[in-house]
Every structure is written in structure tokens, then in C-alpha cells.
Design a protein around this ligand. Structure first.
Ligand SMILES: [Zn+2]
Length: 114
């Protein structure tokens, strides 16, 4: 596998080259920033009100949550300690353990940092 550069977004030319932080197309002279490398980009996870969450934070649940495979639901105000930010299933970006329910993944949009 060679590390081919992305083709020019303007004309589709494959003869693009790097010029500093930019990619340049020799055919139409278009210059652009290459797509961000999402693997190395720092991901920011925010709670329901916009606080930035971090590993180890304690949060409370801001709305009743149905739990798959259980008739019980996690109630508003339930405290969840020591969360871990993950790239989970769907929009789930928090890995945690909820008292009485066990380990699960939550969406950051349903919690608030304490
Ligand atoms: Zn071009």
C-alpha cells in the first residue's frame, strides 16, 4: 500500500502534492487543507448542558432512561461515578457502571457533570 494523497476536490486530479500543511493541485492550482486525521484529533464529549466531560467524571442522569432487557429504568438524578469516554455503539460515548444496573453505555446528551 502506498500512502496516496487525496485527489483534488476541484478537478479530481490524482497528481496532488503536499506543500507545507496544504495539498496543492498542479492542474487547477487549487490549494486546500487535507481532511483532519480523525484518529489523532482530540474528541470532545460534552454533557447535556455543554460541559466538557473527561474520564473519571461523576455525572447525573438528566432524564429517565429505559434499559434494554430490563423493566426498570434509570431515573433522573441517578448519579454515575467514574465514567469513561468511549467511541461506543451509535451515539453512545460514555462507558460506565450504574448502581443497580451494572455496566452500560450512555449518551453524553442525557447526563450532566456534577
Ligand atoms: Zn485540481
Amino acid at each position: 500500500m502506498d500512502d496516496a494523497l487525496a485527489p483534488c476536490p476541484e478537478c479530481g486530479s490524482a497528481y496532488t502534492y503536499e506543500s507545507g500543511a496544504l495539498l496543492v493541485c498542479p492542474e487547477c492550482a487549487h490549494e486546500w487543507e487535507p481532511a483532519a486525521d480523525t484518529a489523532s484529533a482530540e474528541r470532545v464529549v460534552r454533557d447535556a448542558v455543554g460541559n466538557v466531560l473527561a474520564d473519571g467524571d461523576t455525572v447525573t442522569v438528566v432524564k429517565d432512561l429505559k434499559v434494554k432487557g430490563s423493566t426498570a429504568s434509570i431515573k433522573v438524578g441517578t448519579k454515575v461515578r467514574n465514567i469513561r469516554l468511549v467511541d461506543g455503539v451509535g451515539d453512545h460515548d460514555i462507558d460506565c457502571k450504574v448502581d443497580g444496573f451494572g455496566p452500560m453505555q450512555l449518551k453524553s446528551s442525557v447526563v450532566k457533570k456534577v
